[in-house]
Ligand binder design. Structure first.
Ligand code: LM2
Ligand code: CA
Length: 472
């Protein structure tokens, strides 16, 4: 049995599926109570510089970019083409990485590293730290026999996502595909992961997990120290053979369909046709889920809300933090003009992040951004407010869901209430029954006062706004 069982696996093995492990409940390991943030393309010094603020607002972990040596170039995605497991990249040196992990840890923020272990580089050349390599040969690390040769498709790259063998043994985007069933490949991967753990890293995102057999990943995870966090990236696709649920035994999973639903619901201004409330149907159980509004792939492929619609991005983030589905991951990134565009960088790597923050460290959303601007979504005042809300209501259920016109609201037992007006044009007068006791409350988002009287909450909500009330 794996030593690093996810909360879901613990629930399953304890036979608690119907009692203690309902969606939204606190997991045995307490991960559901945590909140993370992906700081996309932040160099190590910049991650370190953010960790103090992150610790203050109550963010528990930060997902950092893949730290291994990669191919050279300006495009952001060079980092998903490893050429060695040396910790020397456009984000900084091994020493800077180690210092960042230490600083974050001192501020109560765990570092989770993006681990690219499915493949190497579709390239020949010299890597960022000077390693010479060819597509199927990485001196001292991997040689031709360590890679799959699927022989199923005309060019060995994945064409048909309905076919498991093809998805897991052919090449993703032409990237040479490691054979994780080979003992020496496992050993090399474990060597890399253990090296990161030795620097204080607390867990990993397994990039392209769908493209590796769940059993191979379980075998690898079982060799890692107990308590190592694993976050599998398995993009749910209908009609596909490989589904996220296969991976819950060795980690938690991003639920992409939750993020897609946030986008469509906000775009529909929360006016959802009867019978179409699919937001929680067909998702991995809450205790195994990472909920998110956007990530580095989906902010580019149009499937989730991105910074170009910062108003909905903010509302979606507030809603995610107010609800009790999964463990939320915030997202913070830079503006880009084209798909490939990386952040500003110089000869010495990715430039430092500059957040346009006020004295309190808070950043205001803007209606438009210039390519290269750091948006610093994680410093929006509404995020800090909603993290307070989340802390106050943790462990409660979401009940009394109210939905009318473009408004949406609910109570969190007798601890809190959240409501939003997703209309882009109209103020809404809302009124709904709540389990929050009668009294006057201060909205954590605006600082304005609201009342609960006779068991009902009523308010006038401005277009595209939300309120979050907590008891006491
Ligand atoms: C992931 N998850 O499973 C990452 O989240 C995603 O960002 C990665 O793709 C992908 N898997 C591989 O790790 C990114 C980017 C691609 C880029 C790859 C490799 O989205 O566009 O592909 O990294 O750097 C690029 C080119 C592509 C080309 C490929 C290989 O865009 O056209 O394919 O390199 O040369 C022939
Ligand atoms: Ca593979």
């Amino acid at each position: 049995m794996s030593k690093s069982l996810s909360a879901a696996a613990l629930c399953a093995t304890a036979g608690l599926a119907l009692t203690g492990c309902v969606p939204g409940s606190q997991s045995e390991e307490g991960y559901v109570d945590q909140v993370g943030v992906q700081l996309f393309m932040y160099n190590w010094n910049s991650v370190a510089a953010e960790c103090e603020y992150l610790g203050e607002i109550g963010v528990d972990w930060v997902l950092v970019a893949p730290p291994q040596e990669h191919i050279v170039g300006d495009n952001w995605w060079t980092i998903y083409q490893p050429v060695s497991y040396r910790l020397e990249s456009r984000f900084g040196t091994r020493e800077e990485f180690a210092a960042m992990v230490k600083t974050c840890g001192d501020n109560g923020v765990d570092v989770i590293a993006d681990a690219v272990i499915n493949h190497m580089a579709n390239n020949n050349g010299i890597g960022y730290a000077g390693t010479e390599f060819t597509k199927y040969d990485y001196p001292g690390l991997y040689a031709l026999e360590d890679f799959h040769q699927c022989d199923i498709t005309f060019d060995d790259s994945i064409q048909n996502y309905a076919d498991r063998t093809e998805v897991q043994t052919c090449e993703l985007l032409g990237l040479p595909d490691l054979d994780q069933s080979r003992p020496n490949v496992r050993e090399k991967i474990l060597g890399y992961l253990n090296d990161l753990l030795s620097l204080g890293v607390k867990g990993f995102r397994f990039d392209a997990a769908k493209h590796m057999a769940a059993s191979d990943l379980e075998a690898i995870v079982s060799e890692l120290p107990e308590g190592t966090r694993i976050l599998h990236e398995v993009i749910r696709g209908s009609g596909e053979d490989v589904q996220p649920e296969e991976y819950v035994a060795s980690g938690d999973l991003w639920e992409f369909t939750y993020a897609y639903a946030l986008k469509s619901y906000l775009e529909m201004e929360m006016v959802v046709p009867e019978g179409q409330d699919l937001r929680y149907i067909g998702h991995v159980p809450s205790e195994s889920a990472i909920a998110f509004v956007s990530n580095h792939d989906t902010e580019r492929n149009g499937k989730t809300i991105n910074y170009n619609n910062i108003v909905d991005f903010e509302l979606a983030t507030m809603l995610m933090l107010a609800e009790n589905y999964g463990q939320p991951m915030l997202y913070s990134s830079y503006a880009f003009a084209g798909y490939d565009d990386g952040p500003n960088q110089t000869e010495s790597g990715v430039s430092d992040v500059k957040c346009d923050a006020n004295k309190a460290g808070v950043v205001s959303p803007k209606s438009s951004y210039e390519p290269g601007d750091w948006i610093c979504q994680h410093r929006f005042a509404s995020t800090a407010a909603m993290l307070k809300f989340r802390k106050a209501v943790i462990g409660t259920s979401v009940d009394g869901i109210y939905q009318s016109d473009s408004s949406y609201g609910f109570s969190r037992d007798d601890k809190g209430l959240f409501a939003l007006n997703a209309s882009s044009t109209a103020t809404q007068n809302i009124e709904f029954e709540t389990t929050l006791p009668d009294g006057e409350y201060t909205d954590l988002i605006s600082g304005k006062k609201f009342k609960v009287e006779g068991g009902k909450f009523s308010a006038e909500l401005a277009a595209k706004s939300a309120v979050a009330l907590i008891r006491g």
